[in-house]
Write a protein that binds this ligand. Sequence first.
Ligand SMILES: Nc1ncnc2c1ncn2[C@@H]1O[C@H](COP(=O)(O)OP(=O)(O)O)[C@@H](O)[C@H]1O
Ligand code: SF4
Ligand SMILES: [Mg+2]
Length: 328
Amino acid sequence: MLTIQDLHVDLPTKAGLLHAVRGVDLEAAAGRTLAIVGESGSGKSITALSVMGLLPRGAQRRARRLIFEGTDLSGLSDRQMQDVRGRRIGMIFQDPTSSFNPSYTIGNQLEEVYMRHVGKGRRSARDRAVEMLEQVHMPAPGERLRQYPFELSGGLRQRAMIAMALMCDPSLIIADEPTTALDVTIQAQVLHVLRELQQRRGIGVILITHDLGVVSAVADDVAVMYCGEIVERGEVASVLARPRHPYTNGLLACLPLIGERVAGSSLPTIPGYAPRLTAIPRGCVFAARCDRQDRACHETAVTLASVEGRHAVRCLRPVQSVEKYAHA
Ligand SMILES: Nc1ncnc2c1ncn2[C@@H]1O[C@H](COP(=O)(O)OP(=O)(O)O)[C@@H](O)[C@H]1O
Ligand code: SF4
Ligand SMILES: [Mg+2]
């Protein structure tokens, strides 16, 4: 459904060009959830924004392929891209207050999206809004339509956001840290709603998170990002059970063993610093923090290579891990 090949994004900064995304390859498929996980600043949001044509001013994007349902997104005008965003790709952000206008009711905003993109009148837009609020299990949907965003709790606002993303029946939803601002119980409810919709409606979901608990709870596939690159990817069952990249392995080793989800398990920190994205070192970008590094790691460009089926890793000396984590 979505194919990204060799995506690069450079951002102008005072310190020079910042290479935020470097050679990312991703596939999102109908009816599956792809999680993109990585520490803050690893390029997750910039990757998502570049698919949606919402990059910051001055950003330079290039990709070998950027194809969504047969459409080459790199060739679209701003206007055409707006239409893709409205109708075919739904977006959910961490902070729904940035997506809702505080001065209009929830109903007004849901209906507006539908009328603008589908070209139907107010009455059918209202019916659609109620139906979508029901789909996200919003209590008393009729009443919610008349409320303003600030009148809803964080969890309900996020449900309203998902309902808004669904209004035009998108085939892909991109959710950037949709539950990060919520407490753990509410987080689980919102993730459950997303998962259910993805399964029932066959939607493809790209879920960005810094939380491995979220990955193990809801994703089918995972891509681990570090410094603008994917360092490991594959099916969740394979990657979390047998992580091969020292970074992924380190992240998982720091977590308590889980069968059930770890409460608020944001990514543990691995000692050391990531290189500056304005001055990327020659060899492996993780070398400065890696306890397996040797000379070749600093000198050789490292590519993503398959280790087993669709499980791929960007490492010259991948961990030969046994199945020691109970995540998947
Ligand atoms: N508007 C911007 N201008 C300059 N640099 C930015 C901008 N937005 C993000 N960046 C930089 O791009 C890199 C990737 O950011 P981002 O994709 O937001 O990371 P993540 O979502 O993984 O936390 C970071 O180094 C960040 O500082
Ligand atoms: S390539 Fe070398 S430095 Fe990089 S992650 Fe693998 S072992 Fe570590
Ligand atoms: Mg982000």
